[in-house]
Ligand binder design. Sequence first.
Ligand code: ADP
Length: 414
Amino acid sequence: MTFILETRNVSYSYGDGTEALKRVSISLDEGKKIALVGPNGAGKSTLMLMFNGILRPSAGEVLFHGRTLRYDSASLREVRRKVGMVFQNSDDQLFAPTVYQDVAFGPVNLGFPEDKVKKYAGYALQYVGLSGYERRPPHHLSGGEKKRVAIAGILAMEPEVLILDEPTSNLDPASSEEIMDMLDELNCGGKTMIISTHDVDLAYHWADEVILMEDGGVLHRGTGQEVFGDAELIKRARLKLPIVVDLYKELVGRGLLNGSKPPRNVLEFTDLLVSGNRGTTSQEVLLGKIYICNVDGPDLEGIKGILEKVHASYTGAMGTNAKIMAEQARIPLDFTYGVIDKCILKALTGKNSLIMTSGGMVDHSVRRIRAYCEESGANIVVIKLAQPAESSMNSDMQKVLSQKESTTPIEVAQ
Ligand code: ADP
């Protein structure tokens, strides 16, 4: 099996002699969400710059799809197209006088014909929710908007891998959530995502794989539970434990909780507490339902109609399209990040919720809820609304909605 990216004994020294990487050998699987964590100066940024050939190893080699990177200009252009890099500081990345020119820069540079440039830049801007911003100067945008322009510039080149150095640093919590939600959506579409971050809570719940770096080398790698389960190592790397892990360890230490490994997120933590207190996952409350509305189907009026009929206590949106739709329809959102888990938590307290989303995220949501139900024994009913059809989306949605719930739900049971 080949990896999408690999380093073999990569070392790198900067011009002043600083040894930033020391014989680093790691391999990254395609389609994964990977977080590099570690203290300042650990070598995270330097390693990221190796992945698309911005830096060349002093020793060792970097491989993309099993092939050693070459550093002639044609090979570099090719790898930079497929492995896109979003810098920590957007001002280092955005330089053109308008948003459109910035996003079009990559495709123009790759020699795409003008109509293709327009199409790709247009799609990319639409994807990040910035259609209509084409003529704006990037330096007048907010931090979150600048980050989205930088991501659009990479997306316009159709990359396989996105590398983001500290994607949420300097962003307010809402903008951070929007960016992370977008990264989830892109990953759901098959792109490999690599981020570096100091935010241990983010790395813990977001990443499939965490790579802990220190002093130019890899200290540990594995799932968040494996890496952050080793408190000594985390201390050595001058990081702190994710809050979920910290709380879990305290409660286990005081004999208030039994458990063999820390929960991955608030949902698992809640389940652990509930089962600890009652000996089993709580089934006493009537579980709420989760409605999933595919916004690719209905129009604005249709969406409003759905809301009126499903009586959801909570509404969440996943992905840019769904959020734009919610804003246009003036639908107040309770959840904009971690939406699936939050809706499961609400279902466990007997409340109905609605997830607005689109594309592959619909099935992703169903799979996630199904996996939770299988693991926990809970039996949450999921109802898909408004599947897109070749014919009139709107009438299709109405048809689905007018059916009795008992004929439409996907019963998600053990
Ligand atoms: P991190 O991203 O984990 O903070 P970096 O890769 O930025 O780590 O830095 C690794 C080491 O390389 C640090 O000792 C840092 O001071 C040094 N370094 C980074 N960039 C440069 C540079 N341009 N010139 C000299 N040393 C650098």
